[in-house]
Write a protein that binds this ligand. Sequence first.
Ligand code: SAM
Length: 197
Amino acid sequence: MRLNRFERFLVNQPLRPWSQRWLEARPWRGLGAQLAGARVLELGCGQGEGQRILRRDFGASQVVGCDLDGRQLQRAQRRCQQDAALSWVQADAQELPFVADSFDAVVSFNALHHVPDWERALAEAQRVLRPGGQLVLLETLRGFLEAPPMRQLMEHPRQGRFDAGQLRRAVLEAGFHLRGSRRIPGCFLWLVAALEG
Ligand SMILES: C[S@@+](CC[C@H](N)C(=O)[O-])C[C@H]1O[C@@H](n2cnc3c(N)ncnc32)[C@H](O)[C@@H]1O
């Protein structure tokens, strides 16, 4: 589901690169994410800041950003075009236009809760990863999305709401084993998982 006007403002506002780098991406380091030299797919890449972080701070060799929203992809291209290792594809995370074994890692900064069939998106992530490939997620949980001010201000698909236990179970059912996870109860979950090598 595309962002409404309020959430579009939130993800594109000038302080977001700072919070995405220092607050959102940092916990993955302690959970076993190993992205140095990796070819990465970022689901729901938005304005491309996550792709920059994956290159600069995690040493990814290439980062393909995929998003449903053509306007956000244009913004990402404008902001990040100087890095030739970044590229973009307009696509739905529920139906990825890549063959099996295309990536070393699939990463998402808060995109899965916008996807109605998020379990299918996990299955797609599993399909496009090579054996041993990693899944690296930060997700917003049901408690936060269903808090009254959030319900008023943002729009998310009802089916895309999950708690930490549901997300962890779905990741295991998709064939991953968990390296580590951390949560702010009811609000956010960071998770790193991998396929058998
Ligand atoms: C909350 S925003 C996060 C954007 C970016 N990752 C960030 O942290 O700034 C969620 C993003 O997921 C994208 N999105 C929503 N549904 C999607 C889908 N089914 N497939 C791919 N991208 C999707 C939206 O267009 C939006 O850019």
